[in-house]
Design a protein around this ligand. Structure first.
Ligand code: PLP
Length: 377
């Protein structure tokens, strides 16, 4: 019997070109892309290439592309992930015609005590955008509206909806599982924050989906937190920074503070330990689990001291021994005490900070070893 397959909204045939490029990954290249060895690395390279192609298809950045196992997982992750980020907001807006991948999550959330608004459609399957406008509140955590309907093929005016939703600063997700590959999608020009697609609806195999997440969503949340923390937390951070600085000056001889101690960021203190190479201290601190950075440009392969410290006129012997501690809201006083306790000091530790360490001129890549060697000598 002849087969006429006209059920492509349900699933699609894998394109022969897709199958061809995939086959070696079932036989020859089966490494785990996360492995450290070359065998996994060559698969990782292909995953990165695939990510770049998906990003290009959507007009997005590769870093905005998250691979999932299907459209349903993309929808679930977008909705539940956003709700998780804003636990204080308990209102979700969606439509009555979503695919169960979204509809069932809304029902579940309704049972969990969320207020869910399901926008209605008319006889032509069109939305009333005034109903959407009227439904948006300060409590609305997310609007999730499909791009195109799987049953009728009707396309919702996603960009117009995006304008309305974004004017209220509310995250906007669209299930574009049916739209992808059928109509152009360009995230560069879009108001959409998150968009779901599914491989098996556009001639890729089953078992792969994509969630596009606009970078600014994370940034938006971070800014919201930063605003909230600015006064209260920065006062706390400043007191920790000041405490660390005071203890370093008190406990470690030949320590200088670099820069104006009043007009500086509340989280930053740059100190120089004279006659010691900063990089060596950093390696030692790293062994103790303390992650700070050096004021010198050693990461770029140069042993030149920081141009900032040189411009300030910090003496050569001190500029080489500079360490920058930069704190965040997640640091604690206990951590400052840990640093102070473990930073080597004159007399009481295996490291003599008075001992001149002559590793500055060493240009070869083994200089880290040399630095440690001299410190521990
Ligand atoms: N969203 C829409 C609009 C769909 O049509 C479908 C599948 O039919 C899905 C989500 C679910 O996609 P998947 O089968 O990849 O989980």
């Amino acid at each position: 019997m002849k087969t006429v397959y006209v059920d492509n909204n349900a699933t699609t045939k894998v394109a022969p070109e897709v199958l061809e490029v995939m086959l070696p990954y079932f036989s020859e290249y089966y490494g785990n892309p996360s492995s450290m060895h070359f065998f996994g690395g060559q698969v990782q390279k292909k995953v990165d290439e695939a990510r770049a192609k998906v990003a290009d298809f959507l007009g997005a950045e590769p870093s905005e592309i998250v691979f999932t196992s299907c459209g349903t997982e993309s929808d679930n992750a977008a909705i539940l992930g956003t709700l998780d980020s804003y636990p204080e907001k308990r209102h979700l807006i969606t439509t009555r015609v979503e695919h169960p991948a979204v509809g069932n999550v809304s029902t579940y959330l309704g049972r969990k005590g969320y207020r869910v608004t399901e926008l209605s459609v008319d006889r032509e399957a069109r939305l009333d955008l005034d109903e959407l406008r009227e439904s948006l509140t300060d409590e609305t955590v997310l609007v999730t509206i499909m791009y195109a309907n799987n049953e009728t093929g009707v396309i919702f005016p996603i960009e117009e909806i995006g304008e309305i939703v974004k004017a209220r600063g509310i995250p906007f997700h669209t299930d574009a599982v049916q739209a992808a590959g059928k109509i152009p999608l360009n995230m560069k020009k879009s108001k959409v924050d998150m968009l779901s697609i599914s491989g098996h609806k556009l001639h890729a195999p089953k078992g792969i989906g994509v969630l596009y997440i606009r970078k600014v969503i994370g940034l938006g949340k971070a800014c919201e937190l930063a605003k909230k923390h600015l006064d209260e937390e920065n006062t706390r951070i400043k007191s920790l920074t000041d405490y660390l600085e005071a203890k370093l000056l008190e406990k470690i001889p030949n320590t200088l503070v670099n820069g104006d101690r009043i007009h500086r960021l509340p989280n930053t203190v740059s100190v120089s330990f004279e006659f010691v190479e900063g990089e060596s201290i950093l390696l030692l601190l790293s062994d103790l689990g303390i992650c700070a950075s050096s004021g010198s440009a050693c990461t770029s392969g140069s042993l030149e001291p920081s141009h900032v410290l040189r411009a300030m006129g910090v003496p050569f012997t001190a500029a080489h021994g500079s360490i920058r501690f930069s704190l965040s809201i997640y640091n604690t006083k206990e951590e400052m005490d840990y640093i102070i306790e473990h930073l080597p000091r004159n007399g009481g530790s295996p490291l003599s900070m008075q001992r001149p360490l002559c590793v500055f001129q060493k240009k070869d890549p083994s200089r880290k070893t040399w630095g440690l060697f001299f410190l521990l000598a």
